[in-house]
Design a protein around this ligand. Sequence first.
Ligand code: DHK
Length: 156
Amino acid sequence: MRLTVLNGPNLNLIGEREPEIYGSATLADVEADCRAFADRIGASLSFHQSNHEGVLVDLIQDARVSADALIINPAGYSFTSIAMLDAMKVFKGPVVELHISNIHARDEHHRHSKLSSAAKAVICGVGPYGYILAMQAAAHLLGRSPLHAHAPAASR
Ligand code: DHK
């Protein structure tokens, strides 16, 4: 099982940036936890961050051939990027959209993600642990849940 985790703009600064919203873990801490969890569930992990929309579009396109599931925290591009939405729609496997904060409880600029319509699942408000939940969700949606509890729902 091949998982790709993509991080959008300013997520390279978590740990330093608005810690009351995003917590004290750095993106390197998050990546280390994701790698440890990937090992535990027998997944390979590709983990990236970019501040540039076009780079993120390229990475989403690359995931078509390199990943079985895509986990994406689009950060500020959640609210603006039709280009990322279009790229996500081409990805055939499950897409899990993730936000560290609960975007629904935030100000008007951070409330409505344009990208959610291309996601199979959306996780938000759990803090950096949301990355682990998103990996679990992706494994489950691929029928590879470590818990074998339920079969995934058939349609997006
Ligand atoms: C991260 C950001 O950078 C914001 O632009 C989003 C998201 C929320 C997060 O919670 O991970 O609004």
